[in-house]
Design a protein around this ligand. Structure first.
Ligand code: SF4
Length: 374
C-alpha cells in the first residue's frame, strides 16, 4: 500500500477494473459468492457486475449476516443541518452552484442555535453540519463557533464542509467535532474538471487528500462518497471501495463510512448520461458487495432515496440513515422548500421512520457516543 491515497489511486487501473466488472461471467460471480467474501478489489468488481444481479438474494443474505455480526440490529440515525448555501463553486450538478438564482443564506450563530434546538427537539442526537464553500462567510472561526454551539446539545457532531487544513480540523475537533464527511463526487481525474469548472473545488488532489488530513487532526469518523450519476457508476464504486480500504489501514483509529448518493433533480437542471446512475437493484447489489468486501464499514443512505428503497435496504448492510432532512439553511426551525441542494424523496417524520425500523426488527440509535466516554 502506498503512503498517500493519491499515489494509491494512481497505481490502480480503475478503468480495467470497471471493464472487468462490466464483463464478468456467471462463473466469476459464482466463485466469489460461494466464498462469501470479496478478498480483493477484483472480487468486489465482480460482485457489482451485471452478471451478479442473478445472485442478489444470495448476496443479500450473506451481507445481512455479516452486518448483524458486526453491527447487531442497530441503525444509527442522524440529521444534516445546513448552515450556509452561499457557495463560490460552480459544480455543474448542484442547486447551490454560484450561477443559480436561489434564495441564499448563511445562518447567524443565533440562528444556528435555533436550528440545533429544533433538530434536538425532533429527537436527534447525532448531527451533520453542512456548509457550502465560501471562505469569507463560512470562515474557520465561524465553523469553530458553529461546532461549539452544536456540541453543547448534541453528543455527536460531524461536519461536511469545504476541504480544510489539518490545523482547522484540529480546531473543530477541539470544539467538539468527531466526524468529517467529504464526497469526492468523481474519482476520475479526467472527469473531475468537467464537473468543477471554477472555484476552489476545481483542485482534485486537495479534495482527494481531505480524509487523510481529517485523520491527522483526530477525526474519529471519516465519511466518503462518490456522487453516483456523474460518471460510469462501477468505476466510482470500485474507487470508493479502494479509498475505504486504504483508510481502513492508514487511518485505523477512525471509523470509515461510505455514502452512496444518487443524483437527484436540483435547481441546476443537470442531466446524467443514461447508464451512469445505478438502478435500485444495482444499488442494493453495491451495498451487499461493499459489506462482503469490508465487514466493518459503515454504510450510509440518505433521504434522497425513496421510502420503499430505504425500507428494503434496512437490515441488508446499511448502518446509518438520515431522516426528515432539510437541505435549506434554517429549514428545521422554519420549514420550507425553496433553495434546496437537491430534492428529498423520503420525508417521513423521525418517529414514523423509527417505527419503520422497529417493524423490520431493528433498533433505532439516536445517540451512540458521549464525550464522557473518552
Ligand atoms: S456541490 Fe458543494 S461546492 Fe459544489 S456548488 Fe454545491 S454546495 Fe457548492
Amino acid at each position: 500500500m502506498k503512503d498517500t491515497f493519491l499515489e494509491e489511486i494512481q497505481s490502480c487501473d480503475l478503468h480495467r477494473l470497471a471493464d472487468l466488472s462490466e464483463n464478468a461471467s456467471d462463473s466469476d460471480v459464482k466463485a466469489v459468492v460461494s466464498r462469501g467474501v470479496a478478498s480483493n478489489l477484483e472480487d468486489f468488481a465482480i460482485l457489482i457486475s451485471p452478471a451478479a444481479l442473478k445472485y442478489i438474494e444470495q448476496m443479500a443474505r450473506i451481507s445481512a449476516g455479516i452486518t448483524r455480526r458486526y453491527f447487531g440490529r442497530t441503525m444509527r440515525i442522524f440529521a444534516p443541518l445546513y448552515v450556509s448555501n452561499q457557495c463560490v463553486n460552480n459544480c455543474v450538478y448542484c442547486g447551490f452552484a454560484v450561477r443559480n438564482k436561489i434564495e441564499r443564506r448563511t445562518l447567524s450563530l443565533q440562528e444556528v442555535a435555533r436550528e440545533v434546538d429544533a433538530v434536538h427537539s425532533l429527537g436527534f442526537r447525532n448531527i451533520l453540519l453542512v456548509a457550502s464553500e465560501n471562505p469569507k462567510l463560512v470562515s474557520s472561526g465561524y465553523m469553530e463557533d458553529v461546532v461549539r454551539i452544536a456540541a453543547r446539545k448534541m453528543p455527536s457532531v460531524s461536519i461536511e464542509i469545504a476541504p480544510s487544513s489539518v490545523e482547522d480540523y484540529s480546531k473543530y475537533v477541539a470544539a467538539g467535532c468527531e466526524g468529517l464527511t467529504v464526497f469526492q463526487e468523481t474519482y476520475d481525474p479526467e472527469v473531475y474538471p468537467t464537473l468543477h469548472p471554477s472555484g476552489p473545488k476545481s483542485v482534485y488532489e486537495w479534495r482527494l487528500a481531505t480524509p487523510e488530513r481529517g485523520a491527522k487532526a483526530g477525526m474519529r469518523k471519516l465519511g466518503l462518497g462518490p456522487l453516483l450519476g456523474v460518471n460510469r457508476w462501477r468505476y466510482e464504486m470500485i474507487a470508493v471501495a479502494l479509498h475505504a480500504k486504504f483508510l481502513t489501514h492508514k487511518a485505523w483509529r477512525s471509523q470509515i463510512s461510505i455514502s452512496l448518493p444518487r443524483m437527484r433533480p436540483a435547481e441546476g437542471g443537470y442531466v446524467c448520461k443514461p447508464g451512469n446512475i445505478p438502478s435500485d437493484s444495482e444499488l442494493v447489489l453495491s451495498v451487499c458487495a461493499l459489506r462482503m468486501f469490508l465487514s466493518r464499514l459503515a454504510i450510509v443512505v440518505s433521504t434522497r432515496e425513496s421510502r420503499a428503497l430505504r425500507d428494503g435496504l434496512m437490515g441488508l448492510g446499511v448502518t446509518q440513515m438520515s431522516a426528515f432532512s432539510s437541505t435549506m439553511p434554517g429549514g428545521y426551525a422554519d420549514r420550507k422548500e425553496s433553495g434546496e441542494q437537491f430534492r428529498i424523496d423520503d420525508s417521513r417524520s423521525p418517529s414514523e421512520f423509527a417505527e419503520a425500523l422497529k417493524a423490520k426488527g431493528l433498533d433505532p440509535v439516536w445517540k451512540d457516543f458521549d464525550s464522557a466516554l473518552i
